[in-house]
Ligand binder design. Structure first.
Ligand code: DC
Length: 211
């Protein structure tokens, strides 16, 4: 499991799509020199394969690092499909070991996703749950996709966000929810720099505790 027997620091960051968890995770990792894993990419990479006709469980079991570099993983159709394959217990099970060994890196690790604080790293010393209203998240995702030249309307993005939230929160296994001991940060009206500063302060306090 992720008990930090190696002395490393594991930071677990969860939350719904486009709440800012990726930005916070990257900034915290850069600040402390920790490795960062965007676990959504694992589900997206499985999804990209199932969209090409592969069986989801097989796709999860045979996932290779190069599969995470496919630029199409950021597309909205892949995101929707990722949320669908993420419901399948065998897919989740196939991805657990990789995530836990990443979390146990000696130099420290930040993982962001939906079930990091609850299932993947229940012993992580720092847990964050980052949220924002669906409308603000859709606005951010819409700006990001439009900026990449992807043609999509705000309404479609909002619909996508709500559908994914619903599926991610209501599945039986590892549903999206804050761990009991997670610090919640709502970025609806907060500048992302402030969310980063709050996260950095939490990690610093935990490192200081350890002496
Ligand atoms: O974080 P993201 O938007 O890239 O995630 C895509 C989908 O993958 C998300 O809708 C649900 C799934 N996912 C998951 O079930 N568990 C994770 N730890 C990360 C992502």
């Amino acid at each position: 499991m992720t008990k930090n027997v190696n002395g490393g620091m594991t930071v677990a960051i969860d939350g719904p799509a486009a709440a800012g968890k990726g930005t916070v995770a990257k900034a915290v990792a850069a600040h402390f020199g920790f490795a960062h894993l965007d676990t959504g990419l694992l589900y997206r990479a499985v999804a990209a394969k199932t969209l090409k006709g592969m069986d989801a469980e097989e796709a999860a079991q045979t996932l290779a690092p190069v599969d995470l570099e496919d630029p199409s993983l950021r597309n909205p159709d892949v995101a929707q499909e990722a949320s669908k394959v993420a419901v399948i217990p065998a897919v989740r099970a196939a991805l657990v070991r990789f995530q836990r060994s990443f979390a146990a890196r000696a130099g420290g690790a930040v993982l962001d996703g939906r079930d990091i604080g609850t299932v993947i790293c229940p012993d992580a010393p720092v847990k964050l749950f980052i949220t924002a209203s669906p409308e603000v998240r859709a606005q951010r995702r819409f700006a990001e996709l439009s900026g990449k030249g992807i043609e999509i309307t705000y309404e479609t993005v909002l619909d996508d966000v709500k559908q994914r939230d619903m599926r991610d929160m209501s599945r039986d296994q590892a549903p999206l929810k804050p761990a009991d001991d997670a610090k919640q940060i709502d970025t609806t009206e907060m500048a992302i720099e402030d969310a980063v500063a709050a996260a950095v302060a939490l990690v610093e306090a935990k490192l200081a505790d350890r002496g």
